[in-house]
Design a protein around this ligand. Structure first.
Ligand SMILES: [Zn+2]
Length: 125
């Protein structure tokens, strides 16, 4: 590999590493997280003579559920109205974690690929 080629790769590694370190700092800011989505539902109670049976605006609730997939199955967990904001915030953190991990993964792949080329060029040179 040419000297300028090596330099270009080194610069690329440095640039991507810089971005990697920035994202790693974002990762450190992450708060508690949980997989899934918080759903808010209004429910029918099932009693034939209750107003909820015929009038959708008279349904009971809201009730909150955390729903997520585990082993390919959808899991629903009841969440109290008080806890719902906590779980909602935590599920947002989880999405943020996934985005960050994805970016860190792609950056790592690029950096490793370039470092591998550099390592190879040193052996030949
Ligand atoms: Zn009812």
């Amino acid at each position: 590999m040419s000297r300028s080629g090596v330099r270009r790769l080194e610069q690329s590694v440095e640039r991507h590493s810089q971005r990697f370190r920035e994202l790693r700092r974002d990762l450190e800011q992450l708060q508690h997280f949980c997989k899934g989505t918080v759903l808010q539902r209004m429910m029918k109670c099932g009693k034939a003579h209750c107003a909820c049976a015929s009038d959708p605006t008279k349904r009971h609730g809201p009730y909150f559920e955390l729903t997520y997939k585990a082993n390919g199955k959808t899991v629903n967990v009841k969440v109290s109205p008080e806890a719902a904001p906590l779980y909602r915030a935590a599920s947002q953190q989880y999405r943020k974690l996934k985005v960050l991990l994805n970016r860190l993964d792609k950056l790592s792949q690029t950096i490793l690929r370039h470092q591998a080329k550099l390592a190879q060029s040193q052996r030949r040179g």
